[in-house]
Ligand binder design. Structure first.
Ligand code: FMN
Length: 330
């Protein structure tokens, strides 16, 4: 029998535990001809802010050893356009949609959360308090547990949607940070966002990225990400979503065993647009080979201190609509 990949946690229902990572999948359209969107566990869209943001000047992407640096700076068309044009299209594609939220102030985050609260088809929000590539917002909140607490509390007040908070690895105590955002009302935490890094062009004597520094992602960050997921899954009681350098089903299994209830795939989709679906298939192959009937049985097995929230089986839950009138199995 084919192993069961479905997971439900924090109010989310996913037919596989593999989602896209924010900012690496746009709003889905770019990938529609390349991968079956409805086969993806959940689509996490690029950060949405109250007003349109231009992002940073180019160059803002460069390949590095086993990874890449980016300093996109959260370019996005803003809430209004997202609600009018991007969201309805994406919802009709059939995958649960998780909206990544960004802002310059707690009020902006709160307003975006409020506007999305009643929007048809939004399965959850992910608060990005961890972008290293913007001057205001982003890390200014995510690196300070008390600022993070205030921001998450403001969003919590504005929405009854499941609230995931995305954590930065650019801190010394990621577990302490995770605890504070859970105290403030986060239903789940996701990690890691990118690690601050840079590259210098020695011929010109200048930083390669126009902004100077950027965020490192891809296979180079995987061991760091895994260790942080492991630590956070032993520190909080809510479910954890793991990401950072996941390229194969085997990588994903490592994150699940460290204590993640689901994983997200980012940089890998630039090389293989079908990566979120391929990786789910590879997880299923692993489960079948090792005799596991359900992916949830992997969660936390390598983590003796594991205390994070666990997923439940989809079949154990009442069918939940994907807000388009269909069920996720349609
Ligand atoms: C080009 C690029 C853009 C990104 N944009 C966002 C973003 O808008 N919001 C966010 O929360 N994370 C963003 N990220 C971070 C990813 O979602 C992810 O946390 C990180 O890249 C680690 O996963 P990966 O190694 O699989 O890419 C971005 C990453 C990349 C490479």
């Amino acid at each position: 029998m084919r192993p069961d990949l479905g997971v439900a946690f924090a109010g989310l229902r996913m037919k596989t535990p593999v989602m896209t990572a924010s900012g690496t999948f746009g709003y889905g359209r770019e990938y529609a001809g390349l991968v079956n969107l409805s086969a993806i566990g959940a689509i996490v869209v690029k950060g949405v802010s109250l007003e349109p943001w231009e992002g940073n000047r180019p160059p803002r992407i460069i390949e590095t050893a086993s990874g890449m640096l980016n300093s996109i700076g959260l370019e996005n068309p803003g809430l209004e356009r997202f609600l009018e044009a991007d969201l309805p299209w994406l919802v009709s594609s059939g995958a649960p949609v998780i909206v990544n939220v960004v802002g310059r102030t707690p009020t902006e985050y709160r307003e975006v959360a409020r506007a999305l609260d009643g929007a048809p088809g939004v399965a959850a929000l992910e608060a990005n308090i961890s972008c290293p590539n913007v001057e205001e917002g982003g890390l200014a909140f995510g690196a300070d547990p008390e600022a993070a607490y205030g921001l998450v509390a403001a969003m919590r007040e504005a929405t009854s949607l499941p609230l995931i908070v995305k954590l930065t690895p650019n801190v010394t105590d990621v577990a302490g940070l995770a605890k504070r955002v859970v105290d403030a009302g986060a239903d789940a935490v996701s990690l890691i966002n990118t690690l601050v890094g840079m590259a210098i062009d020695v011929e010109s004597g200048r930083a390669v990225l126009a902004r100077g520094t950027g965020g490192l992602s891809g296979p180079a960050v995987k061991p760091v990400a895994l260790a942080m997921v492991y630590r956070v899954a032993a520190a909080v009681s809510v479910p954890v979503i793991g990401m950072g350098g996941i390229w194969t089903g085997r990588d994903a299994v490592e994150f699940l065993m460290a204590g993640a209830s689901a994983v997200a795939v980012g940089t890998a989709t630039f090389v293989d647009p079908s990566a979120p679906v391929r990786i789910a298939g590879e997880i299923a192959e692993f489960l079948a080979r090792r005799g596991y009937g359900w992916v949830g049985d992997l969660v936390g097995v390598a983590n003796p201190g594991f205390r994070a929230g666990r997923p439940s089986r989809l079949a154990d839950e009442d069918p939940v609509r994907n807000n388009q009138g269909g069920t996720l199995d349609d």
